[in-house]
Write a protein that binds this ligand. Sequence first.
Ligand code: OSB
Ligand code: MG
Length: 368
Amino acid sequence: MKINQVTLRHVSMPLRSPFETSFGRSEARDCLLLEAQADGLTGYGECVADRDPGYSYETVQTAWHILSDFILPAILGQDLESPQELQQRMAFVRGHQMAKAGLEMALWDLMGKRQGRSLREMLGSQRHKVDVGVSVGLQDSPATLVKVVEGYLEQGYRRVKIKIKPGRDVGDARAVRQAFPDLRLQVDANSAYLLENAASLSPLDELNLLLIEQPLSEDDLWDHSQLQKQFKTPICLDESIISVRHARQALEMGACRIINIKAGRVGGLSEGVAIHDLCFQQGVPVWCGGMLETGVGRASNLALASLPGFSLPGDISATERYYFEDITDQTFTLNPGSTIDVPEAPGLGVTINYPALERVTLAKKTIR
Ligand code: OSB
Ligand code: MG
């Protein structure tokens, strides 16, 4: 399969409600959408780098630069038989996993459309729906948080993640736990603590949480291993796991007992599957993280999360939890039982609503 041109778009979509984490608050969600042409087919990929380098060092602008000045010139017109081959051809670029993952997603979409197979089938998975939950941002007060969580429970979500940061951790989690004693509840700190001050989190250990996600810095595998020894609750790593090698090392040193897999963070779906396979062999639970994706990335997450090792609900919510209008013709809805259906059409299984896409496109460039 020869990709002969790629159009990059900087997309900025207004969020229905602002999303606040320990690294900042956003009213809109930016990403880079790729539209790749090969053999008369069009494949789409979503690069989940954000406008700001808060979650990761990558941004829409760094991904734009790395793709247009390095990766695309090296792969356009080259015969690509598999995502693995694409990864080999991109290996000369150090890091920039989100940029690479966006292009790999477009290649999967193209391959699926050529073969008439859905991403789920290509990944070899059998499940047609996946368990999902909702990730709730920081709110003005614990009381507001409880109200917001209650609203999601009324919509049918059966697993809730709340964001925490220093000063807004134990109190918030305790308020939600008291209001909903049996809720499947977890917390995410997005790297806001140091080993030296993480002892303040110890009351969380009594709240029957599913997991504590990424308390310490992304480059602190060792300190996470020290922290995990102090907690009964499993630590789950997100930011720290950037490859299957990091996953293996984190498990070997006891830095976590659960892994959040995001294809964007690890350089692509193929690496995400490799992490899944490693964890599945070792009996380590994984779940699919989210980056507030558009319908394009959401379709990819649903296919990934259908693999058998994804034994915990993913951060994959219904379209209406995020956006008034999506850029795909398909919208994803929550089924009773807190599940979402995996797309079944070839490739990612989504089509683009071009008028909607044009309304949220800030910049666009085609590279041949
Ligand atoms: O840490 O999981 C995270 C969103 C943006 C950046 C990082 C994270 C998140 C979420 C949202 O938690 C998950 C979702 O897409 O619903
Ligand atoms: Mg996270």
